[in-house]
Design a binder for this molecule. Structure first.
Ligand SMILES: [Zn+2]
Length: 372
């Protein structure tokens, strides 16, 4: 066994177990949760798209909302709520004020090209602001986001099973669309539990195993600098979402700084944007944020950081640990959308990560001009 293979085997014994544990405990932790306390809602979107190939081969169908659904959701928010810039909610949190419970902020993670082509157009139609968190290493497809690379390889390979001996004991079934979707979930979950070097090895082994037979990508994946500049000129905020979308708590200090400060420097110095907000990559049931990462975010000059933990943004929360309400393709009819918004706004799950940030993270009002 080569040294690299041996290292991957050792890591996967731990990471695989952690990943399985996280999946099985996900629903239990949601049930245990439940601390009542209102706040306003920061919505978390990823993709607005009506192409079924995109929502199968490129990104999970769960994170894709169709344009007509997004249009209807914005109309609902315009009637029942006040859509405000994220910075307005952050200002209230920094000042210790209770945000108006009618306030809603709209955010997008990752930086997919449909954010400009479809979501931005609809936001302008409704005259609403939003914040777009961009994975900067992937701007204009300089690099393809690793989650997209894994999904595309597993979905388009002509193989009906693959062998990844360092990762799984037996062959991984790819003989049906459902089996491929399960493989994507398994491998993606595993990478989220790996450090940077480990993640690179695991991703390379999965991609190698899918060859030959993966078609070339025919679609652009991410927004480009001109699109980001135009959006900012017209009232949208652009935020950082790290450089490579690794799970930040698993990175060592130097690599963490490169991911956090590197994203801000790229957007400001290379593209000419003004960047104040950050969103932790990955997450929900995976531990994706903590006080150490939050401190690095503040030190890099950001004034807020949004998580993927469901709940309200309100008093008592750190601006470096903002819960959000995820919007998925499973809750697109207006009744479900409204119920999800209300549930997320009122119910805050117990989260050790948020407690760590609030207790040991940067003080309110940190960030801004603190870059060393
Ligand atoms: Zn992301």
């Amino acid at each position: 066994m080569s040294g690299k293979r041996k290292r991957v085997s050792q890591l996967t014994a731990t990471a695989w177990g952690a990943a399985r544990g996280a999946w099985t405990s996900a629903y239990a932790s949601r049930l245990v949760a439940g601390v009542r306390g209102g706040g306003c809602a920061v919505l978390r979107y990823h993709s607005v798209n009506d192409d079924p190939v995109w929502a199968r081969d490129y990104v999970s169908p769960k994170i894709v909302v169709r344009p007509e659904e997004f249009d209807a959701q914005l109309a609902y928010l315009g009637e029942r709520h006040t859509v405000v810039p994220l910075s307005q909610i952050v200002s209230a949190m920094v000042a210790g004020r209770v945000p108006d419970p009618r306030w809603v902020a709209i955010t997008f993670d990752d930086g997919y090209e449909d954010n400009y082509r479809l979501a931005y157009r609809l936001l302008r139609k409704h005259n609403m602001p939003a914040t777009f968190y961009v994975t900067t290493g992937c701007v204009a497809d300089a690099e393809i986001l690793w989650t997209v690379r894994i999904r595309f390889a597993l979905m388009t390979t002509t193989r009906t099973e693959i062998l990844c001996p360092s990762i799984t004991p037996g062959p991984m079934d790819l003989s049906s669309p459902d089996a491929r979707e399960r493989a994507v979930q398994c491998f993606t979950g595993l990478v989220k539990h790996c450090s940077q070097a480990e993640a690179d090895d695991v991703i390379a082994e999965i991609l190698d195993a899918c060859l030959p037979g993966c078609g070339p990508m025919s679609q652009r994946v991410m927004m480009n600098p001109d699109e980001l500049r135009e959006m900012e000129r017209n009232g949208m905020a652009i935020g950082g979402h790290s450089v490579h979308h690794y799970n930040l708590p698993l990175l060592e200090d130097g690599a963490l700084r490169d991911e956090v400060l590197g994203a801000k420097s790229f957007l400001e110095d290379r593209i000419g944007l003004h960047v104040e907000h950050f969103a932790y990559p990955n997450g929900r049931k995976d531990r994706h944020c903590d006080a150490r990462v939050a401190t690095e975010i503040a030190r890099s000059g950001y004034i807020s950081a949004s998580t993927s933990i469901s709940g309200p943004a309100g008093p008592g929360h750190s601006p470096f640990g903002i819960p959000r309400v995820g919007v998925s393709a499973r809750r697109v009819d207006m009744r479900s959308f409204a119920a999800n918004l209300q549930h997320g706004r009122l119910t805050r799950p117990h989260s050790p990560s948020l407690a760590d940030i609030e207790r040991n993270g940067p003080p309110r009002g940190a960030g801004g001009n603190e870059v060393a």
